[in-house]
Design a binder for this molecule. Structure first.
Ligand code: AOF
Ligand code: ZN
Length: 372
């Protein structure tokens, strides 16, 4: 970005890496990192670790002590101006005597949203924002999505064979991807506020949908969500076991059993199909930033058709499942080439013997054709 030195970039990159350390614990709050520097020397740093705990700036100011005076503060998010569970960071930076604040992005939180910058400027502090903004937006895509669009960021995790299948005709899908991929999935689960599946998957695979890590890293257990229009699976499955709460989402006419043991919520439905946008609104209202869908082709296809998929996490295993097997997304009505759906590969890495692709859906090809 124009106007910023190499040191500025290095320091902001460091702040972003610090922010990421909170990925498994800060929810529903954003991940935020802060570096205080005198020239090219770091004098203090910190990151937001958990909701209710001190913000990134507070840790950095504490670490810097007197050396915060005259320093530049690099923050991955606009310093807050509101008194929430902690006092305003903008005031803390002013009191610490910081002379310049460089932020990667504005905080869309309604009580902040530019007022943090304003407060700093009024105190005579030089304020810049927009440095490495794309990386900052990407890091907090869930938080931004919830606040700006009123729905969580939706990631669909799928594992497929080389010939594009996710299960045998029988529904059997254990295991297409290798062990390393399944371990990798756990890390993506850990940063998700909710793990969502359908009653079909509960019936067929009996998933636990919990985070199991190799080490004892700290994480906040994601909410488990089962889309079950008729509440057919409410009394069954491993999804009710473990420490994480489970939420059943159903149609209004479902008959809940008397003894429930789990929370449930009704959303509008057309026949057996729940209103998926309404499901996401319910989750956003609960402070869920990122939802990871782990279900079969039917539910994955329904989210795709509804245009609600933000990201596809796709593990490709070097195996063949044959012609009768199930597709990646069911029910996409594509008759001719002009209707094909385009996705963009964001990154691709090897995980064990598998390949992991992260993709974002693009515009339908037919629109792109019409536009150009
Ligand atoms: C900052 N630095 O490190 C963080 C900020 O729950 P509270 O009271 O801590 O407030 C959460 C809000 O504070 C959150 O929505 C966001 O606007 C801001 N988070 N701000 O200056 C930080 N974590
Ligand atoms: Zn703050």
């Amino acid at each position: 970005m124009q106007g910023h030195s190499d040191i500025d970039h290095l320091m902001m990159a460091r702040a972003l890496r610090l922010a990421e350390r909170g990925a498994w614990t800060t929810r529903p709050n954003p991940m935020v990192g802060c570096v205080l520097a005198q020239g090219d020397e770091v004098v203090g740093e910190g990151w937001h670790q958990r909701p209710g705990g001190p913000h990134a700036e507070v840790f950095a100011i504490e670490a810097a002590g007197e050396r915060a005076r005259g320093a530049t503060a690099y923050v991955s998010l606009e310093p807050c101006a509101h008194t929430g569970r902690t006092g305003p960071c903008a005031d803390a930076l002013v009191a610490a005597g910081v002379s310049r604040v460089v932020a990667a992005m504005r905080d869309p939180f309604p009580q902040v949203d530019g007022s943090g910058f304003e407060r700093l400027r009024q105190a005579g502090i030089e304020v810049e924002h927009g440095l490495m903004e794309a990386a900052a937006q990407e890091l907090n895509r869930g938080y931004v999505s919830r606040l700006v669009r009123g729905r969580p960021w939706l990631r669909v995790k799928l594992a497929m064979s080389l010939d594009g299948h996710t299960a045998l005709e029988s529904g059997e899908s254990k295991w297409i991807s290798g062990e390393a991929s399944r371990r990798d999935v756990m890390r993506w689960r850990a940063r998700s506020g909710a793990l969502l599946t359908g009653s079909g998957t509960v019936m067929a695979d009996d998933p636990q949908l919990t985070v199991r890590l190799d080490d004892d890293a700290e994480f906040a257990p994601p909410l488990r969500v089962v889309l079950d229009p008729g509440l057919a699976t409410i009394a069954r499955g491993r999804i009710r076991e473990g420490d994480a709460p489970t939420l059943y989402v159903h149609a209004a006419n479902a008959k809940p059993p008397r003894e429930l043991g789990s929370e449930r919520v009704a959303v509008p439905a057309a026949g057996n199909a729940l209103d998926l946008a309404a499901v996401l609104r319910v989750l956003a209202d609960r402070g869920i930033n990122e939802v990871q869908v782990e279900a079969g082709a039917t539910l994955a296809g329904a989210f795709m058709r509804a245009g609600l998929v933000d990201e596809v996490l796709l593990y490709v295993a070097p195996v063949l499942l044959g012609t009768q097997a199930r597709p990646l997304f069911a029910g996409l009505q594509i008759q001719d080439m002009a209707q094909r759906m385009a996705l963009r590969i964001v990154d691709n890495v090897s995980v064990g013997d598998d390949l992991r692709l992260r993709l974002v859906p693009g515009r339908a090809m037919v629109d792109a054709g019409a536009a150009g």
